[in-house]
Design a protein around this ligand. Structure first.
Ligand code: ZN
Length: 196
């Protein structure tokens, strides 16, 4: 959740580093995890399905396996709300609440929806790719203690259009964004651009 992997030139000297590996070239890969939520498992290369938390995951969002049609069919298998499905990692792996919120806003999908059309799924698929690629280009989104692999903060929090902007005008239509509790999560959306 809020752990970080960092590459450092020196052997880590920090009580919150739970594991580190010496890499080729004498650099170190350090895993820092203050709250001890993380887990590390050792498996043979390619045998990732033997890790229970990965076994049920959908295709990686940025892999060629993540297709618009496959995404639509995966969403149809569940009656849960679309954001809840996204956060389950089953239709696609690698999307958290920030990017889910941004993509739903971009695609015009209301966060309370449980089923969406093929056209809407195609728009949401494209929006997910767009927001994830923009997030990567900005080095990630630093809200609390996220750090990218260089130990720096990302800058994507400055580029968010919907997440964390409840009450502020929608960048597309100027309607004030709203937030509401869905499935125990506060989700922000534009009531105009994301009709129910
Ligand atoms: Zn709007």
């Amino acid at each position: 959740m809020t752990g970080s992997l960092t590459i450092t030139p020196d052997a880590p000297d920090d009580p919150y580093i739970r594991a580190w590996w010496q890499l080729d070239g004498n650099e170190f890969l350090a895993y820092r995890d203050i709250r001890r939520f993380g887990r590390i498992r050792c498996v043979s290369a390619g045998q990732y399905d033997t890790i229970p938390t990965l076994a049920f995951q959908g295709p990686d969002a940025l892999s060629a396996d993540f297709t618009s049609e496959g995404f639509y069919l995966a969403l149809r298998k569940s009656r849960r709300r679309i954001p809840t499905q996204l956060l389950s990692q089953k239709p696609v792996a690698g999307v958290g609440n920030i990017y889910s919120t941004e993509a739903l806003w971009m695609a015009g999908v209301h966060p309370a929806k449980r089923q969406i059309s093929r056209e809407a799924a195609t728009s949401l698929h494209a929006a997910l790719l767009e927001v994830l690629k923009a997030g990567l280009a900005n080095g990630g989104t630093t809200l609390r203690d996220y750090r990218n692999a260089d130990g720096g903060e990302g800058s994507h929090q400055n580029a968010l259009a919907c997440y964390g902007r409840s009450g502020q005008p929608c960048l597309r239509c100027q309607t004030p964004l709203q937030h509401r509790l869905y499935d125990a999560r506060t989700l922000t959306f534009c009531p105009q651009c994301q009709p129910r």
